[in-house]
Write a new protein. Structure first.
Length: 439
């Protein structure tokens, strides 16, 4: 290993691999020259382009391949600091990757690994000593209200997890600050409540994000203070991830024969992979064409032996009328109190065509996706995704549409299959969590 530039600075990359709301921490072994025995992310000297080097380090230190097992979420501004003991100035280039697996093949540079909340770096009671500025590097790539608002690639369940992470991280910082500034539960609560409010409105069409933030705040309201919110968000992450997985597992039991779907729902994708379909048809889901990415992922999966066909959105009705489709399976960004469903544009057309052909439609979603609001705020996409020419044209590019309840045969949830009429009890339960606002 050597300094990667001639400016007297040591440029290094640090990659945080994230899975189920936790990051991969690696303990540095005797084989490395610095910070032996301390915990950090995937790291190494940047002998050239950091964007290229970080992928090399991931492969060498974990056995995972970028693009297959891990996907880049974001990179951050470098963290610069001087270690007087080593007489070295470090420039750390941080990266965050989403990771599909927890199976790691350690290199000789590390002698142990754990998946843990990144907030352990702030916990004085945690016995893991971390490398310098680990939390600072993580903060440069951690999710924010802004990143959640701007995310046009991921579904509601994914973004609800990110929202809980934002609240968790801020609660951890406030808890750690008690050692320096003292305890102020009311002040901490006010700050976290303001952040929760901004998260609630970050994606107004996604009920699951609101419900999961509301539940965490409601569970912490009696004790208030940062530690209570931190504990509630950590528990909320576990509960949410389990609910999404259980909904997918329930749905997989009902998936066989020929299935049609569209867009990208992680829960639906997991259900299809866990089911026994004979063939899968996927609408491309313009303008982002996330349906194509789903089709590619299914086709490339080693454990999925099933023909996959991708087609244009305009061909949905034709496919349902000409192919022997047994079931339509879609996700939901929001389930309204009347049983109608807000989801990626094209879901309504798919469901209406299915109803015309007598094909049952199943919506796979955790009950946290049930909305307590009668109204709906449908987001719109960039007009240039539809038309970027010079003609004086109006452009309509809705991101979501509403599928009527009478087009849906059942909601497959972590609680089993619910009929559209069975949503009322869930609505009442979720409304109780909203009362923290009146503290």
């Amino acid at each position: 290993m050597h300094d990667s530039s001639g400016d007297g600075q040591a440029h290094v990359v640090t990659a945080f691999l994230r899975n189920r709301g936790e990051i991969l921490l690696l303990r540095r072994s005797d084989a490395v020259g610095t910070y032996t025995g301390q915990w950090g992310g995937v790291s190494g000297f940047a002998a050239g382009d950091p964007d290229t080097q970080v992928r090399t380090e991931i492969r060498e230190e974990t056995g995972l391949e970028a693009g297959d097992d891990v996907s880049l979420t974001r990179s951050g501004q470098p963290v610069r600091f001087e270690d007087a003991t080593l007489e070295r100035e470090w420039v750390v280039h941080p990266y965050l990757f989403d990771c599909e697996t927890r199976d790691i093949d350690l290199s000789a540079e590390h002698d142990a690994f754990e998946w843990a909340s990144p907030t352990v770096a702030l916990d004085p009671d945690d016995d893991r000593e971390t490398v310098p500025k680990l939390w600072t590097a993580y903060e440069r790539v951690a999710p924010t209200v802004r990143s959640i608002t701007a995310d046009s690639e991921h579904g509601a369940a994914y973004l609800s997890i990110r929202a809980l992470e934002v609240l968790r991280d801020r609660a951890a910082v406030s808890t750690a600050e008690r050692a320096e500034f003292g305890t102020d539960p009311d002040g901490e609560w006010d700050e976290l409540a303001e952040l929760a409010g901004r998260l609630l409105e970050a994606r107004p069409s996604m009920a699951v994000l609101r419900n999961r933030i509301n539940r965490a705040m409601a569970e912490a309201v009696d004790e208030a203070g940062a530690p209570a919110v931190l504990e509630a968000t950590l528990a909320g992450l576990e509960r949410a991830l389990a609910a999404d997985a259980d909904a997918a597992a329930t749905a997989s039991e009902h998936i066989d024969g020929v299935v049609a779907t569209l867009s990208r729902s992680a829960t639906v994708l997991e259900a299809i992979r866990g089911g026994d379909p004979a063939r899968v048809f996927v609408a491309e889901s313009r303008p982002a064409r996330e349906g194509v990415a789903v089709a590619e992922e299914l086709a490339a999966a080693d454990d999925f032996d099933c023909p996959v066909t991708v087609h244009t959105d305009a061909a949905v009705a034709h496919v349902l009328s000409s192919e022997a489709i047994d079931r339509v399976v879609v996700g939901a960004d929001t389930i309204r109190p009347d049983g109608s469903v807000v989801n990626k544009t094209g879901t309504r057309v798919l469901a209406l065509a299915a109803a015309h052909e007598g094909v049952p439609v199943s919506v796979v979603a955790a009950t946290d996706k049930v909305s307590t609001r009668e109204g709906v705020n449908l987001e719109s996409g960039d007009r240039s995704a539809v038309y970027d020419g010079d003609a004086d044209l109006d452009v309509v590019n809705p991101t979501f549409d509403v599928t009527p309840a009478d087009c849906i045969d059942g909601f497959v949830t972590e609680r089993g299959v619910l009929e559209p009429a069975g949503i009322d009890d869930v609505v009442a339960e979720l409304r109780a969590f909203e009362k923290w606002h009146g503290r």
